[in-house]
Design a protein around this ligand. Sequence first.
Ligand code: EPU
Length: 428
Amino acid sequence: MQKILIEGGHMLNGQVRISGAKNSAVALLPASILADSPVIIEGLPQISDVQLLSDLLEEIGGDVSWDEQTITINPAKMVDMPLPNGKVKKLRASYYFMGAMLGKFKKAVIGLPGGCYLGPRPIDQHIKGFEALGAEVTNEQGAIYLRAKELKGARIYLDVVSVGATINIMLAAVRAKGKTVIENAAKEPEIIDVATLLTNMGAKIKGVGTDVIRIEGVPELHGCRHTIIPDRIEAGTYAIAAAAQGREVIIDNVITNHLEALLAKFREMGIRVEEGDEQLLIAPGNRLKSVDIKTLVYPGFPTDLQQPFTALLTKAENTGVVTDTIYSARLKHIDELRRMNAAIKVEGGSAIVSGPVKLQGAKVKASDLRAGAALIVAGLTANGITEITGVDHIDRGYQRITEKLGHLGANIWREEMDEVEIIQFQNS
Ligand code: EPU
């Protein structure tokens, strides 16, 4: 088990290249199940969630090969193997095996997903969609059983705008009989990426990127080649790190439109932002003004950047209020930031951040992926050494983060934890 150490205070400068989008990757890989011939996906991020899903595709009989960041998945020999336990429980996105296996085999058994604990994360809207398409869905001893004689297109209104439910219903519907309409669908760029892959596989999908998606089922899908979009959350995280502790940082391989909500807040804070072709320049200057943020569904401010942004606000003058309307309990980073001397109060579900404060290095724990990113941003700006445990969470979503930040000038490294530290970590 490793920990990450950061000696704060070193300025970030130079260029960082963004990897493929985690939250696309974790849906694109299961989507390949729906094809009958090889699917090639280029530019995948090298993160542990991708490795787990690639292993799961092999478990159900997929022929999987890797060439650096390109995967070739031949689904021809895949079978409807039940996956009630094991790797499916290690990540949230294993729920996409439900939609994809139901779409292909008309049945699936998938253990209830794990992943970051951000408060309750129900999947009732996914299940509502599968049932509308004709599946019988039961929960038996922690696994979801899905069975259908046949899947028939249906009109499905999502009660909550959900990325996962929108994608999962698309996966189940592309090979159903007839027409499916998903109303109140989510509009995140990752959904468009998955729909692009499915369309290249022969699916008929209209309206992605709007809140009404129309799907005309087809009997078969074929393989194709697809290049994944860049990770807007990884790009946003480096942009926030640059805003907190950078001189001039260029973020390369980014679709700047995907980050408009964050960039608007940067401009309000007095940070210089220049948008180029697939590049973004962040130059913060000396003084940052505080702002309030409220997370919303896309194109609003992304919940996945709320935690690192909170760390940035500790550097800004005056008070900023952070409210997460997607995951109101996504606040576990706050106690850890306080350990580092941050002045943050939680009132009525919002975090009120006062600044500027000079953060102090401390021993802290990443309780989830983006909390980990927040602690890294904090550690970059802090006096002295910050030691971060819970690194497994960070490695689920950020490809080689210590190397990338090191290349920008940060003094950041990994060490193996000794036995005593591991016991303390497990008991904390
Ligand atoms: N919700 C329900 N019922 C459902 C589904 C969702 O009530 O059936 C609620 C959730 O509890 C939440 C809201 O709807 O309050 C939105 O959840 P959504 O379904 O959109 O989230 P998700 O699909 O489970 C994905 C990302 C998350 C990201 C959210 C919101 C993946 C694998 N995960 O989760 O990413 O925070 O969308 O944008 O795509 C991360 O990358 O750190 C991460 C947690």
